[in-house]
Design a protein around this ligand. Sequence first.
Ligand SMILES: [Zn+2]
Length: 205
Amino acid sequence: MSAYHPYDDTLARHAAGRLAAGPSFVVAAHLATCRECRARVTLFEAAGGALLEEACVLAPPAEMFAATLRRIEQAVERAPRRLPTVSPLEALQSPPWRRLGAGVQWRRLSLPQAPQAYLYMLKVARHGCAPRYAHRGPAYIQVLQGAFHDEHGRYLAGDCIEADDGAAHRPVVDSDVACVCLAAFESHPRLTGWLGRWLQPLLGL
Ligand SMILES: [Zn+2]
């Protein structure tokens, strides 16, 4: 079972279709492997519909609250939407891997509905280090294989990390297999350090 999940606010925005395409893709990849989050998204979807219905009814607040709760429970029991358990990556054409230094490969994914989304896959060889990078705004990272740690914690396959501090990170792979991650950013990620600053324009990152 995963130790790290998207925040409830992120799951609610995904359920309501209000999350940007890149982050939403990462959340969908997490949902494919996490029953706990699938249940929460189903609840948020049902709650959204029920609240919309209630908004059309004029009733005292207490009655409205009780009625809304009843409708949510009924909606979940009546029509539990089956969220997909297949990763959206299965249906996406992936470009070839590109080298980014020793033991590090990356590729940028293009979503048909949002080709400009900052959506990447990163593969780092076992016991390798990813280049130090920084980002503005939140980052959404799903570990697909292997494990890594950084200044904030250790993350295993299935974990979904939301990093909202924008600070520089230096992921270090500590699994016996290569670590593969899916990552979405709200703005262009920046490689830092002298090597990163040299590589970034060459790679068009
Ligand atoms: Zn989860």
